[in-house]
Design a protein around this ligand. Structure first.
Ligand SMILES: *Cc1c(COP(=O)(O)O)cnc(C)c1O
Length: 233
């Protein structure tokens, strides 16, 4: 199946998931997660009308950003942010979804080039308490959001989560609902958040039912990732 056909099928699933819970289809944005995919696959995606791409590995992303510099694209860094990568992320990306510590946020803000608009960020929350080291604890999320919102080089847009895959008898909606509750709390506290970055190929319908505004989808769009990720330099 061509990329354009895959994209159309996925957009139809997103639309159906929205309609099933009474949400307007345009309330959910699709971020195409292109990690490990070669530039030619991104060109197909661009030709099919996709302009927002998510990448985890900075070196790999920088090559694609350079190769596609003549296109008007939106680049989202979606992975763990190591402190030795913040300068490159601040210089080359439009969004960062993995902000989970104030130190990282401060570096991104300080290193954001003055000529660019503030870097748009989501605070990542470790909602399902999985072994993964990334994401702040849910009880720390509000304070971190308030601190991030005060940084001049950043524009806080929302919250992000990467829940552990649900086991057979667990409720796939539960972690998304918990992130949504934190999002509402932060808005009640006066933060102007508009983005709930949650849902991937295997669980985006549950995420949409719980209020996702941005779904990050790789394999359901590009097919399985066979290529090994480039090692972090
Ligand atoms: C790889 C990745 C995705 C996409 O995963 P798929 O299951 O291929 O849709 C989404 N978000 C993050 C943070 C990722 O690392």
């Amino acid at each position: 199946m061509s990329f354009a056909e895959n994209l159309a099928r996925l957009q139809a699933r997103i639309r159906d998931a929205c309609l099933a819970c009474g949400r307007p289809p345009e309330s959910v944005r699709l971020l195409a997660v292109s990690k490990t995919m070669p530039v030619e696959r991104l060109r197909e995606a661009i030709a099919a009308g996709q302009h927002a791409f998510g990448e985890n590995y900075v070196q790999e992303a920088l090559e694609k950003i350079a190769a596609l510099a003549s296109e008007a694209l939106e680049w989202h860094h979606i992975g763990l942010i190591q402190s030795n990568k913040t300068a490159e992320i601040a210089a080359h990306f439009d969004w960062a979804h993995g902000v989970d510590r104030l130190k990282i946020a401060q570096r991104l803000s300080d290193q954001r080039p003055a000529a660019r608009p503030p870097l748009q960020v989501c605070v990542q929350v470790n909602i399902s308490g999985e072994a993964s080291k990334s994401g702040c604890a849910p009880q720390e999320a509000l304070a971190l959001c308030q601190a991030v919102a005060a940084l001049p080089g950043l524009r806080l847009r929302g919250l992000m989560a990467l829940p552990a895959p649900t086991t057979a008898n667990a409720n796939p909606h539960a972690p998304f609902r918990q992130l949504r509750q934190l999002f509402e709390q932060a808005r009640t506290a006066g933060l102007a958040l508009d983005t709930l970055s949650m849902g991937m190929s295997d669980d985006f319908e549950a995420a949409i039912a719980e209020g996702a505004t941005l779904v990050r989808i790789g394999s359901a769009l590009f097919g399985p990732r066979t290529g090994k990720p480039v090692p972090q330099a």
